[in-house]
Design a protein around this ligand. Structure first.
Ligand code: A2P
Length: 325
């Protein structure tokens, strides 16, 4: 059981495998969260931006009531959205997430993205101008926001804090001033994009990586109507190396992709709303990939070209000084 958790630099334990909730609607996610907790998951990853915190909270509440387990038995992650990337908004938005989730504290609160956008309201996550371009906030001050994140720990509104979609330069910037260093950095990571530089930095600084899109987000060839990096290539789930390793271990390709990351001690959050896939995605503790399997999977890395979530025309953020990609 101990190998299913890691100890964060905050001293808190975090389960290595969690349920990703991106692109799941609030009404469907409640059942998925319950199915996940029943299957043994103890870590649920959501965000204000996913607009499903209420459903996630309802799923947790219902499971805890049925199973007679305690709040502390579930590790909950949520995130500060880009339209709240200014110090004066952090506490209010964290309290809003707590209210949505029906919780009194978050286990891990993340900055969702290093870039701020100028939304007109809390729910205006992707404000677009008349040319259909994202309205960026060029004044994003990561250091001032991080200090406010630290205050959220002192207020006991969250137990740990971290970041998401930060590159190594941005990690260094935060670590240089942090009284409470980020516990995790949640980034896109799968066999095609293995984040070598970030892995090295995080390892050296006692920070865990959380991998989103660990299965390569199959089927996601578009984001907001525009092609993503995976539009013209074979999915990791279809890759012959992955399939061969899966056959050898008598498991599914998805289980190989998940096992690869957790065996590297990368926190992993496959998303599914399908109860059977939720269950099988968690069933990765009964086999171990050999050194040869690990090396073969490592060789699938494409570096930056493996990225799915590339900047699209609408989401061109390259003019922002904190663009992480
Ligand atoms: P579904 O929710 O219908 O199961 P990622 O976590 O890499 O972003 O991938 C999420 C996508 O992968 C979702 O579309 C999800 O669909 C699908 N998915 C999740 N688990 C599996 C699996 N075991 N095999 C195939 N596809 C899966």
């Amino acid at each position: 059981m101990a190998d299913r958790c890691v100890t964060l630099n905050s001293g808190h334990q975090m389960p290595l495998l969690g349920l990703g909730c991106w692109l799941a609607e609030s009404h469907e996610i409640q059942g998925s969260v319950e199915a996940a907790l029943e299957a043994g998951y103890r870590h649920i990853d959501t965000a204000a931006l996913y607009m499903n915190e209420e459903g996630v909270g309802a799923g947790i509440k219902s499971y805890l009531a049925k199973s007679k387990k305690d709040r502390k038995d579930v590790f909950v992650v949520t995130k500060l959205p880009s339209n709240a990337m200014s110090p004066e908004k952090v506490e209010r938005l964290l309290k809003k997430s707590l209210n949505n989730l029906g919780l009194t504290y978050i286990d891990l609160f993340l900055l969702h993205f290093p870039i701020g956008v100028k939304g007109k309201s809390d729910d205006d996550f992707f404000p677009l101008d008349e040319n259909k371009k994202l309205v960026l906030d060029y004044g994003t001050d990561l250091i001032a926001i991080w200090k406010e994140m630290e205050r959220m720990v002192k207020l006991s509104l969250t137990k740990s804090i971290g970041v998401s979609n930060f590159n190594v330069r941005q990690m260094r910037k935060i670590c240089a001033i942090a009284k409470i260093p980020p516990a995790t950095n949640q980034v896109e990571m799968h066999v095609y994009m293995q984040q070598k530089e970030l892995q090295e930095f995080c390892k050296a600084n006692n920070i865990y990586i959380t991998a989103y899109s660990p299965l390569g987000s199959p089927g996601r060839t578009k984001f907001m109507g525009e092609p993503t990096g995976s539009a013209n290539r074979m999915q990791p789930l279809e890759n012959p190396v992955v399939k061969l390793i899966a056959e050898r271990h008598n498991v599914s390709p998805a289980q190989v992709l998940i096992r690869y990351l957790v065996q590297l001690k990368v926190i992993t959050i496959p998303k599914s709303t399908n109860p059977a896939r939720i269950k099988s995605n968690f069933d990765v503790w009964g086999f171990r990939l050999t050194d040869l399997d690990m090396a073969a999977l490592q060789s699938l890395d494409m570096g930056e070209t493996g990225r799915i979530m590339n900047s699209t025309e609408t989401f061109d953020m390259r003019s922002h000084p904190e663009c992480p990609f």
